[in-house]
Write a protein that binds this ligand. Structure first.
Ligand code: NAP
Length: 439
C-alpha cells in the first residue's frame, strides 16, 4: 500500500480494488473525502450524515463506508504548509482507493496556480465529466415541462480548446504560428490575432464514447447522442461524431442501432424521430411501429446549436449525451437551468476506474460557516457515487427522500425564496429532514 505522509487510512476499512476490469467493492470500503473550502464546511457534514444514514438503513448495518479525510485547498495549506493546495498524499489516496468525493475548492489566485479541479482531472486522467440533469418535483423551474428532462451528459474533460494551448495576440509564439500557417499552409489569418488550438483525438473521443455507451447499457438508457458542431469544424467535432459511431458499431454491435439504421430497418418515414426511452412502445400491440429500436440503444448525433433548442422543446428525446469539452460546458449549465439551477446539479469526473464525485457549484464564500446553503448538489453527487459502487438501494433511498422533502416544501433558503408557502430550514436541518424521510 502507498505510504502517506500526513494522513492515514482508517484501520477498520478495506480498499476497493479492480478485478477483471471491474470495481470490487467490499462491504466496508475506504472512501477518501475532501471537505472543500467555503461552504464545504457546511455541505460536507450534511452530505455525510445523509450518505451514512442511507447506507445504514438500506443494508441494516451489513455495509458501511470507512471515510478517510484527505486535504485540498485551504485546509491543505493549514496542514501541509504554504502553497500546498494539492498535496501528493491527496492524489495518492485517490489513486489508491479509486473512489472519492469532494466539496468545492477555491481556485487560488495569483501567478503559478492552476485550478485545483483542472489539476485533479489532468493528473488522475479523469477524462469524462459526467453530469446527470433531472427535475425534482416541486423545484421551481422556468420550463413548462421540466419533468421531461432526464439526461446524463458525458463531457470530454481533457481536450478541445480547453487543452490550454493558446497564445496571446502579439506574442512571439502567436506571430510565429500565424506566419507558419499563412506561409506554409496557405491560409489567411489576420496578423493581429490571438491563437488557440483545438485538438480532438481518436483516443480521447473513443474512451469517452465507450464510457457513455457502457453507461447507457448498464443503466437501461434508451439513446446516446453525439452532440457536435461538425458541420463547421469537420476535422475536430465532425471527426468526434464519426469516431463515436465507429466505436459504437465496432464494440457494441449487438446492443446498439444507429438512427439511420433504425429508419431503414423500420421504414420510418423520413423525419420521424424515434422516441428514445426504453419501454416507450410497451403499450402498443401487434408489430413493431416505425422507430421502435427493440431493446437496442439508439445511437444518433445532433448539431450543437439545434440541441440547445431541442432540450427546451423536446427534452424527452434525449437521454445520454456525449460531447466534446466546450459544448459539454455550455449544455451542462443550460440543461441544469431548465430544472431549477446549479444548486442541485451533481457531477463526477471519471477515468478508466477512478471516480471523483463533486458538487458542481463553487465555494460561495459569503455563506461559509452559516449552516445555510443547499447541500443538494453534493448529496446527489454522493448518490452518483453509491450507484458507481453499485450500492443502488442506498442511492435510490436518498433520491426518494430528497423528493419527499422538496415536495413537503421543506427547503433551504435558495429554494425557499422561489417557492410559495415553503418552510425554510438550515443546511444541517435539511439533512435531518431528508434522513427522516427515508423510508
Ligand atoms: P459559487 O461559489 O457557485 O456561488 C455563486 C452563487 O451561487 C452563490 O452566491 C449562491 O447564490 C449560489 N450557490 C452556490 N452554491 C450554492 C448552494 N450550495 N446552495 C445555494 N446557493 C448556492 O460561484 P462563485 O462565487 O463564482 O465562485 C466562488 C469560488 O468557487 C471561486 O473560487 C471559484 O473558483 C470556485 N469554484 C469551484 C468549483 C469547484 O470546486 N467545483 C466550481 C465553481 C467555482 P446567491 O448569492 O444568489 O444565494
Amino acid at each position: 500500500m502507498t505510504k502517506f505522509e500526513r494522513v492515514s487510512p482508517p484501520e477498520n476499512g478495506t480498499p476497493i480494488t479492480i478485478e477483471n476490469d471491474r470495481l470490487k467493492v467490499p462491504d466496508d470500503p475506504i472512501i477518501p473525502f475532501i471537505r472543500g473550502d467555503g461552504i464545504g464546511i457546511d455541505i460536507w457534514p450534511a452530505t455525510k450524515r445523509v450518505l451514512d444514514a442511507a447506507v445504514e438503513k438500506a443494508y441494516q448495518g451489513r455495509r458501511r463506508i470507512s471515510w478517510m479525510k484527505i486535504y485540498a485547498g485551504d485546509e491543505a495549506v493549514e496542514k501541509y504548509g504554504e502553497g500546498q493546495y494539492l498535496p501528493e498524499d491527496t492524489l495518492n489516496a485517490i489513486k489508491e482507493f479509486i473512489v472519492a468525493i469532494k466539496g468545492p475548492l477555491t481556485t487560488p489566485v495569483g501567478g503559478g496556480h492552476r485550478s485545483l479541479n483542472v489539476t485533479l482531472r489532468q493528473v488522475l486522467n479523469l477524462y469524462a465529466c459526467v453530469r446527470p440533469v433531472r427535475w425534482f418535483k416541486g423545484v421551481p423551474s422556468p420550463a413548462v415541462h421540466p419533468e421531461r428532462m432526464d439526461i446524463i451528459i458525458f463531457r470530454e474533460n481533457t481536450e478541445d480548446v480547453y487543452a490550454g494551448i493558446e497564445w496571446q495576440q502579439g506574442s512571439e509564439e502567436a506571430n510565429r504560428m500565424i506566419e507558419f500557417i499563412n506561409k506554409e499552409l496557405g491560409k489567411n489569418i489576420r496578423l493581429d490575432s490571438g491563437i488557440g488550438i483545438k485538438p480532438i483525438s481518436i483516443t480521447g473521443t473513443k474512451q469517452l464514447a465507450r464510457k457513455a455507451i457502457k453507461y447507457a447499457i448498464a443503466e437501461g438508457r434508451g439513446s446516446v447522442t453525439f452532440m457536435h458542431k461538425g458541420n463547421i469544424m469537420k476535422y475536430t467535432e465532425g471527426a468526434f461524431k464519426d469516431w463515436g459511431y465507429q466505436l459504437a458499431v465496432d464494440e457494441f454491435r449487438d446492443q446498439i442501432i444507429t438512427e439511420a439504421e433504425l429508419w431503414d430497418e423500420t421504414r420510418a418515414e423520413d423525419g420521424v424521430t424515434p422516441i428514445t426511452k426504453p419501454g416507450a412502445f410497451a403499450h402498443l400491440r401487434g408489430g413493431r411501429p416505425a422507430g421502435d429500436p427493440g431493446d437496442r440503444i439508439i445511437v444518433k448525433d445532433r448539431i450543437a446549436d439545434s440541441m440547445f433548442q431541442q432540450i427546451q422543446t423536446r427534452a424527452n428525446e434525449y437521454d445520454v449525451v456525449c460531447t466534446p469539452n466546450l459544448n459539454g460546458d455550455y449544455i451542462s449549465d443550460a440543461a441544469a437551468a431548465q430544472v431549477g439551477g446549479l444548486g442541485m446539479a451533481p457531477g463526477a469526473n471519471i477515468g478508466d476506474f477512478i471516480g471523483l464525485f463533486e458538487a458542481t457549484h463553487g465555494t460561495a464564500p459569503k455563506y461559509a460557516g452559516q449552516d445555510k446553503v443547499n447541500p443538494g448538489s453534493l448529496m446527489l453527487s454522493g448518490v452518483m457515487m453509491l450507484n458507481y459502487i453499485e450500492w443502488r438501494e442506498a442511492g435510490r433511498m436518498i433520491e426518494k427522500a430528497i423528493e419527499r422533502t422538496i415536495e413537503a416544501k421543506t427547503v433551504t433558503y435558495d429554494l425557499h425564496r422561489q417557492m410559495e408557502g415553503a418552510t425554510k430550514v438550515s443546511c444541517s436541518g435539511y439533512a435531518e429532514e431528508i434522513v427522516k424521510n427515508m423510508a
